[in-house]
Design a protein around this ligand. Structure first.
Ligand code: MN
Length: 239
């Protein structure tokens, strides 16, 4: 199959090809191109409990958002359609610089380009209906602008954080607070396991789950997220 960017390609497109979504990289003018966005469900015990699940009995599971759901820090976003229960989930985001399948845990961190702070915005009301009816979560999780993401901090500079505070404030009030060391599936395990399900690609982002304290976002709210050492994220929802 011929892809855009192949050296010898002279493909003439019937319509304009999609624009590549990018995320800025701290300390450089080069942008990180987003391939796909994978998300880990229930990766912090206290969040699993608040959602009514037993954290000890569940293997990791994944869902996805489209690449163009990624929007930059500083954005003012329209309030999403078809929800009256928009929820915030603050997360550590892993940005892959190298792809691969069947990646062993001990090699997994070699595939990481860097880390960012992300929000897995969720139409919780729609997700509850989907769960009850046994339907997919896509429209509850993968809607437009559902993945605000901070600039990426390169692992070459940062290293690989396995501990450190992660928090979210709304209008200055603390709503979510945890530590990366509370993750049930650690980053190398998550990469390794995901790579048994799909062949990972350079440019893939992995949102690694949220600590306790998820809750409602209203029109006009200002969200500030933080992960120690990694960075900060700030977005506002329009009135
Ligand atoms: Mn999440």
């Amino acid at each position: 199959m011929r892809r855009a960017g192949d050296g010898a390609s002279s493909t003439s497109y019937a319509i304009s090809p999609p624009v590549v979504t990018t995320v800025p990289v701290n300390g450089t003018d080069a942008a990180f191109p987003v391939a796909r966005v994978f998300c880990v469900g229930r990766n912090y015990a206290e969040h699993a409990i608040e959602m009514g699940h037993d954290p000890d009995r569940e293997p990791p599971f994944f869902f996805m958002k489209p690449a163009d759901a990624v929007v930059p820090t500083g954005s003012t976003l329209p309030f999403p359609s078809q929800t009256e229960e928009l929820h915030h989930e603050i997360e550590l985001v892993v940005a892959l610089g190298e792809g691969g399948a069947q990646i062993p845990e001990e090699k997994a961190l070699d595939h990481v380009f860097g880390y960012a702070v992300g929000l897995d915005m969720t139409r919780r009301d729609m997700q509850a209906v989907a769960k009850k009816a046994g339907r997919p979560w896509d429209m509850a999780k993968g809607f437009d602008q559902s993945a605000p993401t901070s600039p990426i901090c390169p692992a070459a500079r940062l290293g690989h954080p396995s501990a450190g505070a992660i928090w979210l404030r709304i209008n200055g009030e603390l709503r979510q607070e945890g530590d990366l060391d509370q993750q049930i599936w650690k980053v190398p395990e998550t990469i390794s396991y995901l790579s048994t399900l799909v062949e990972l690609r350079p440019g893939d982002l992995i949102m690694t789950g949220t600590p306790k304290g998820v809750g409602r976002v209203d029109r006009g709210d200002r969200l500030e997220g933080h992960v120690d050492g990694v960075g900060d994220l700030e977005i506002t929802y329009a009135d």
